[in-house]
Design a protein around this ligand. Structure first.
Ligand SMILES: [Zn+2]
Length: 334
Protein backbone atom coordinates (compact mmCIF):
# COMPACT_ATOMS: atom_id res chain seq x y z
CA UNK A 1 0.00 0.00 0.00
CA UNK A 2 1.28 3.45 -0.84
CA UNK A 3 0.99 6.22 1.75
CA UNK A 4 0.74 9.94 1.27
CA UNK A 5 3.87 12.05 1.67
CA UNK A 6 4.37 13.44 5.17
CA UNK A 7 5.48 16.82 3.77
CA UNK A 8 5.54 18.80 0.54
CA UNK A 9 8.97 20.24 1.12
CA UNK A 10 11.58 18.72 3.42
CA UNK A 11 13.33 22.04 4.04
CA UNK A 12 10.10 23.81 4.99
CA UNK A 13 9.11 20.89 7.26
CA UNK A 14 12.52 21.08 8.93
CA UNK A 15 12.35 24.84 9.42
CA UNK A 16 8.89 24.68 10.98
CA UNK A 17 9.96 21.77 13.23
CA UNK A 18 7.20 19.57 11.90
CA UNK A 19 7.05 16.37 13.98
CA UNK A 20 8.95 13.53 12.34
CA UNK A 21 7.66 9.97 11.92
CA UNK A 22 7.86 7.13 14.39
CA UNK A 23 8.01 4.39 11.76
CA UNK A 24 9.23 4.14 8.15
CA UNK A 25 6.70 4.80 5.44
CA UNK A 26 6.25 2.70 2.27
CA UNK A 27 5.86 4.85 -0.78
CA UNK A 28 5.75 4.01 -4.44
CA UNK A 29 9.07 2.20 -5.04
CA UNK A 30 10.85 3.42 -1.94
CA UNK A 31 10.86 3.52 1.83
CA UNK A 32 10.99 6.85 3.63
CA UNK A 33 12.33 7.04 7.15
CA UNK A 34 12.14 10.35 8.97
CA UNK A 35 13.35 9.58 12.48
CA UNK A 36 14.36 13.07 13.59
CA UNK A 37 14.22 16.71 12.54
CA UNK A 38 16.41 17.23 9.49
CA UNK A 39 17.10 13.50 9.13
CA UNK A 40 15.70 11.67 6.10
CA UNK A 41 16.57 8.24 4.75
CA UNK A 42 15.27 7.10 1.37
CA UNK A 43 15.82 3.50 0.28
CA UNK A 44 14.59 1.88 -2.94
CA UNK A 45 12.24 -1.03 -2.33
CA UNK A 46 14.68 -3.19 -4.29
CA UNK A 47 18.28 -2.34 -3.42
CA UNK A 48 21.18 -4.33 -4.92
CA UNK A 49 23.65 -5.39 -2.21
CA UNK A 50 26.45 -3.42 -3.86
CA UNK A 51 24.42 -0.24 -4.40
CA UNK A 52 26.13 2.91 -3.12
CA UNK A 53 25.43 4.08 0.42
CA UNK A 54 25.32 7.86 0.08
CA UNK A 55 25.24 10.35 2.94
CA UNK A 56 24.58 13.93 1.87
CA UNK A 57 24.75 16.60 4.55
CA UNK A 58 24.29 20.37 4.47
CA UNK A 59 23.54 23.07 7.00
CA UNK A 60 26.19 21.98 9.50
CA UNK A 61 26.71 25.75 9.30
CA UNK A 62 23.17 27.07 9.47
CA UNK A 63 23.61 30.12 7.22
CA UNK A 64 25.12 28.17 4.32
CA UNK A 65 21.80 27.89 2.58
CA UNK A 66 22.41 27.11 -1.09
CA UNK A 67 23.48 23.48 -0.59
CA UNK A 68 20.50 22.97 1.74
CA UNK A 69 18.21 24.19 -1.03
CA UNK A 70 19.97 21.91 -3.52
CA UNK A 71 19.39 18.84 -1.31
CA UNK A 72 15.77 19.83 -0.63
CA UNK A 73 15.17 20.07 -4.38
CA UNK A 74 16.65 16.61 -4.95
CA UNK A 75 14.42 15.14 -2.22
CA UNK A 76 11.34 16.77 -3.71
CA UNK A 77 12.10 15.29 -7.11
CA UNK A 78 12.88 11.83 -5.69
CA UNK A 79 9.59 11.77 -3.80
CA UNK A 80 7.65 13.03 -6.81
CA UNK A 81 9.08 10.24 -8.94
CA UNK A 82 10.82 12.72 -11.26
CA UNK A 83 14.22 11.37 -10.26
CA UNK A 84 14.85 7.61 -9.88
CA UNK A 85 16.54 6.43 -6.69
CA UNK A 86 19.25 3.78 -7.11
CA UNK A 87 21.19 4.14 -3.84
CA UNK A 88 20.58 3.96 -0.13
CA UNK A 89 20.40 7.67 0.69
CA UNK A 90 20.67 9.47 4.00
CA UNK A 91 20.20 13.25 4.00
CA UNK A 92 21.15 15.19 7.12
CA UNK A 93 20.38 18.88 7.57
CA UNK A 94 23.00 19.64 10.17
CA UNK A 95 21.85 22.48 12.36
CA UNK A 96 18.12 23.29 11.97
CA UNK A 97 18.14 25.72 14.94
CA UNK A 98 20.91 27.80 13.36
CA UNK A 99 19.22 27.51 9.94
CA UNK A 100 16.05 29.04 11.40
CA UNK A 101 18.12 31.83 12.98
CA UNK A 102 20.09 32.44 9.78
CA UNK A 103 23.30 31.98 11.74
CA UNK A 104 26.45 29.94 11.19
CA UNK A 105 25.92 28.48 14.68
CA UNK A 106 24.18 29.37 17.95
CA UNK A 107 26.72 28.38 20.66
CA UNK A 108 29.70 26.68 19.03
CA UNK A 109 30.94 25.93 15.51
CA UNK A 110 29.47 22.48 14.90
CA UNK A 111 32.11 21.48 12.39
CA UNK A 112 34.66 21.50 15.24
CA UNK A 113 32.52 19.18 17.40
CA UNK A 114 32.62 15.82 15.62
CA UNK A 115 34.86 12.89 16.37
CA UNK A 116 33.67 12.99 19.96
CA UNK A 117 34.73 16.62 20.52
CA UNK A 118 31.09 17.38 21.43
CA UNK A 119 31.79 15.76 24.80
CA UNK A 120 34.15 18.64 25.69
CA UNK A 121 31.50 21.29 24.86
CA UNK A 122 28.43 19.64 26.31
CA UNK A 123 26.73 22.95 27.19
CA UNK A 124 26.60 23.99 23.52
CA UNK A 125 23.39 23.24 21.64
CA UNK A 126 25.55 22.14 18.71
CA UNK A 127 27.15 19.44 20.87
CA UNK A 128 23.86 17.58 21.29
CA UNK A 129 23.15 17.80 17.59
CA UNK A 130 26.67 16.73 16.55
CA UNK A 131 26.27 13.61 18.70
CA UNK A 132 22.90 12.91 17.04
CA UNK A 133 24.41 13.30 13.57
CA UNK A 134 27.26 10.95 14.46
CA UNK A 135 24.73 8.39 15.68
CA UNK A 136 22.70 8.69 12.46
CA UNK A 137 25.83 8.24 10.34
CA UNK A 138 26.90 5.28 12.51
CA UNK A 139 23.56 3.51 12.12
CA UNK A 140 23.48 4.18 8.37
CA UNK A 141 26.97 2.91 7.58
CA UNK A 142 26.74 0.04 10.08
CA UNK A 143 24.05 -1.48 7.86
CA UNK A 144 26.16 -1.05 4.74
CA UNK A 145 27.61 -4.29 3.29
CA UNK A 146 31.31 -4.52 2.43
CA UNK A 147 30.54 -4.64 -1.30
CA UNK A 148 28.92 -1.21 -1.31
CA UNK A 149 30.72 2.10 -1.73
CA UNK A 150 30.29 4.41 1.25
CA UNK A 151 30.17 8.05 0.22
CA UNK A 152 29.72 11.21 2.26
CA UNK A 153 29.63 14.70 0.83
CA UNK A 154 29.25 17.45 3.45
CA UNK A 155 28.15 20.54 1.56
CA UNK A 156 29.16 24.05 2.59
CA UNK A 157 29.53 27.55 1.29
CA UNK A 158 32.32 29.80 2.54
CA UNK A 159 32.17 33.07 4.47
CA UNK A 160 34.64 34.72 2.12
CA UNK A 161 35.28 34.66 -1.60
CA UNK A 162 37.78 32.27 -3.08
CA UNK A 163 40.33 32.47 -5.88
CA UNK A 164 39.06 28.97 -6.74
CA UNK A 165 35.29 29.22 -6.28
CA UNK A 166 34.58 25.53 -5.65
CA UNK A 167 36.93 23.35 -3.70
CA UNK A 168 36.93 20.16 -1.67
CA UNK A 169 38.69 19.22 1.51
CA UNK A 170 39.84 15.61 1.57
CA UNK A 171 40.12 14.60 5.24
CA UNK A 172 43.36 13.11 6.55
CA UNK A 173 43.30 9.40 5.67
CA UNK A 174 45.94 7.99 8.02
CA UNK A 175 47.07 4.75 6.29
CA UNK A 176 44.44 4.81 3.50
CA UNK A 177 45.24 5.91 -0.06
CA UNK A 178 43.52 8.82 -1.80
CA UNK A 179 40.79 7.61 -4.11
CA UNK A 180 41.58 8.74 -7.67
CA UNK A 181 38.07 7.86 -8.87
CA UNK A 182 36.62 10.24 -6.28
CA UNK A 183 39.02 13.02 -7.26
CA UNK A 184 38.03 12.58 -10.92
CA UNK A 185 34.34 12.64 -9.95
CA UNK A 186 34.86 15.93 -8.11
CA UNK A 187 36.64 17.41 -11.12
CA UNK A 188 33.79 16.27 -13.37
CA UNK A 189 31.25 18.11 -11.22
CA UNK A 190 33.23 21.34 -11.38
CA UNK A 191 35.09 21.05 -8.07
CA UNK A 192 38.55 21.49 -9.60
CA UNK A 193 40.56 22.25 -6.49
CA UNK A 194 41.13 19.80 -3.64
CA UNK A 195 42.96 20.30 -0.38
CA UNK A 196 44.47 17.09 0.96
CA UNK A 197 44.37 17.49 4.70
CA UNK A 198 47.41 16.26 6.59
CA UNK A 199 46.06 15.97 10.13
CA UNK A 200 42.94 14.74 11.95
CA UNK A 201 40.15 17.30 12.39
CA UNK A 202 36.87 17.41 14.28
CA UNK A 203 34.84 17.84 11.10
CA UNK A 204 31.90 15.72 10.00
CA UNK A 205 33.73 14.47 6.90
CA UNK A 206 36.79 13.41 8.92
CA UNK A 207 34.46 11.56 11.29
CA UNK A 208 32.76 9.42 8.64
CA UNK A 209 36.04 8.88 6.80
CA UNK A 210 37.84 7.72 9.93
CA UNK A 211 35.03 5.81 11.65
CA UNK A 212 33.39 4.22 8.64
CA UNK A 213 36.03 4.18 5.91
CA UNK A 214 33.76 6.32 3.75
CA UNK A 215 35.04 8.36 0.83
CA UNK A 216 34.17 11.62 2.56
CA UNK A 217 34.66 15.21 1.52
CA UNK A 218 33.83 18.68 2.75
CA UNK A 219 32.72 20.57 -0.35
CA UNK A 220 32.96 24.37 -0.41
CA UNK A 221 30.69 25.44 -3.22
CA UNK A 222 30.68 29.23 -3.25
CA UNK A 223 29.69 32.10 -1.04
CA UNK A 224 27.11 31.96 1.78
CA UNK A 225 23.87 33.93 1.26
CA UNK A 226 20.44 33.90 3.02
CA UNK A 227 17.64 31.50 1.99
CA UNK A 228 15.99 32.60 -1.23
CA UNK A 229 18.89 34.87 -2.26
CA UNK A 230 21.02 32.15 -3.79
CA UNK A 231 21.74 32.08 -7.48
CA UNK A 232 21.23 28.33 -7.71
CA UNK A 233 22.60 28.33 -11.27
CA UNK A 234 26.03 28.69 -9.67
CA UNK A 235 25.39 25.37 -7.94
CA UNK A 236 24.15 23.60 -11.06
CA UNK A 237 27.29 21.46 -11.42
CA UNK A 238 26.98 19.83 -8.02
CA UNK A 239 23.20 19.62 -8.32
CA UNK A 240 23.44 17.71 -11.59
CA UNK A 241 26.25 15.52 -10.24
CA UNK A 242 24.39 14.58 -7.05
CA UNK A 243 21.22 13.84 -9.00
CA UNK A 244 23.23 11.55 -11.27
CA UNK A 245 24.84 9.91 -8.23
CA UNK A 246 21.59 9.10 -6.42
CA UNK A 247 20.17 7.76 -9.69
CA UNK A 248 23.15 5.47 -10.19
CA UNK A 249 24.55 7.44 -13.14
CA UNK A 250 28.02 8.84 -13.84
CA UNK A 251 28.48 12.59 -13.37
CA UNK A 252 28.13 14.54 -16.61
CA UNK A 253 31.28 16.62 -16.91
CA UNK A 254 30.99 20.32 -16.06
CA UNK A 255 33.85 22.52 -17.22
CA UNK A 256 37.24 21.21 -18.32
CA UNK A 257 37.64 18.41 -15.75
CA UNK A 258 41.01 19.78 -14.64
CA UNK A 259 42.21 19.14 -11.10
CA UNK A 260 44.70 20.92 -8.89
CA UNK A 261 45.73 19.57 -5.51
CA UNK A 262 47.03 21.33 -2.44
CA UNK A 263 48.18 20.01 0.87
CA UNK A 264 47.84 21.67 4.26
CA UNK A 265 51.39 22.73 5.18
CA UNK A 266 50.80 24.22 8.63
CA UNK A 267 48.20 26.02 10.72
CA UNK A 268 48.45 29.61 11.85
CA UNK A 269 47.72 29.37 15.57
CA UNK A 270 46.38 32.34 17.49
CA UNK A 271 48.23 31.82 20.77
CA UNK A 272 47.48 35.19 22.39
CA UNK A 273 45.68 38.52 22.05
CA UNK A 274 48.85 39.81 20.41
CA UNK A 275 48.09 37.76 17.28
CA UNK A 276 48.11 39.97 14.16
CA UNK A 277 47.15 38.69 10.73
CA UNK A 278 48.70 40.80 7.95
CA UNK A 279 45.99 40.10 5.40
CA UNK A 280 42.93 42.22 4.53
CA UNK A 281 39.66 41.25 6.26
CA UNK A 282 38.16 40.31 2.90
CA UNK A 283 41.16 38.39 1.55
CA UNK A 284 39.98 35.50 -0.60
CA UNK A 285 40.67 31.86 0.12
CA UNK A 286 43.67 30.56 -1.86
CA UNK A 287 45.22 34.03 -2.18
CA UNK A 288 48.90 33.57 -3.07
CA UNK A 289 51.50 34.46 -0.44
CA UNK A 290 54.67 35.94 -2.01
CA UNK A 291 58.03 34.56 -0.87
CA UNK A 292 59.16 36.37 2.30
CA UNK A 293 55.70 37.85 3.04
CA UNK A 294 55.00 38.23 6.78
CA UNK A 295 51.63 36.44 7.06
CA UNK A 296 51.07 36.86 10.79
CA UNK A 297 52.85 37.45 14.06
CA UNK A 298 52.05 36.64 17.64
CA UNK A 299 54.52 38.07 20.14
CA UNK A 300 57.87 36.58 19.16
CA UNK A 301 56.36 34.09 16.72
CA UNK A 302 56.51 35.14 13.06
CA UNK A 303 54.81 33.30 10.22
CA UNK A 304 56.65 34.06 6.97
CA UNK A 305 55.71 32.72 3.53
CA UNK A 306 58.34 30.64 1.77
CA UNK A 307 58.91 29.81 -1.87
CA UNK A 308 56.12 31.83 -3.49
CA UNK A 309 53.77 28.85 -4.05
CA UNK A 310 52.00 28.99 -0.69
CA UNK A 311 48.41 30.20 -0.35
CA UNK A 312 46.14 31.12 2.58
CA UNK A 313 42.97 29.20 3.43
CA UNK A 314 40.26 30.05 6.00
CA UNK A 315 42.02 33.08 7.55
CA UNK A 316 40.15 34.19 10.68
CA UNK A 317 42.02 36.27 13.29
CA UNK A 318 38.85 36.51 15.44
CA UNK A 319 39.01 32.92 16.72
CA UNK A 320 39.56 32.25 20.42
CA UNK A 321 43.14 32.05 21.65
CA UNK A 322 44.64 28.63 21.10
CA UNK A 323 42.63 27.95 17.94
CA UNK A 324 43.50 27.85 14.27
CA UNK A 325 43.46 31.27 12.60
CA UNK A 326 44.21 30.03 9.11
CA UNK A 327 45.86 27.27 7.09
CA UNK A 328 48.91 27.74 4.87
CA UNK A 329 48.65 25.39 1.90
CA UNK A 330 50.97 24.51 -0.99
CA UNK A 331 50.54 22.68 -4.30
CA UNK A 332 51.10 18.92 -4.30
CA UNK A 333 50.98 16.05 -6.80
CA UNK A 334 49.61 12.59 -6.10
ZN1 LIG B 1 30.57 25.75 6.37
Amino acid sequence: MTSALPFDDFLAATLRQQPHLHAPLSLDGLTLDWPDIGVLRLTPTTLPVDADRVLLSAGVHGNETAPIEVLAGIITDLLAGRLPLAVDLLVLLGNPDAMRAGERYLDYDMNRLFNGAHRQQSAAREATRAAQLEAQADAFFARSPAAARRLHYDLHTAIRGSVYEKFAIYPFLHERQHNRTQLDWLADCGVNTVLLHSAPANTFSYYTSRQHGADSFTLELGKARPFGENDLSRFAGIDVALRALVSGQAAPRVGDGSLQLFRAKYNLIKASDAFRLHLADDVENFTALPDGFLIAEDGDTRYVAEGGEERILFPNPKVQNGLRAGIVVEPVEL
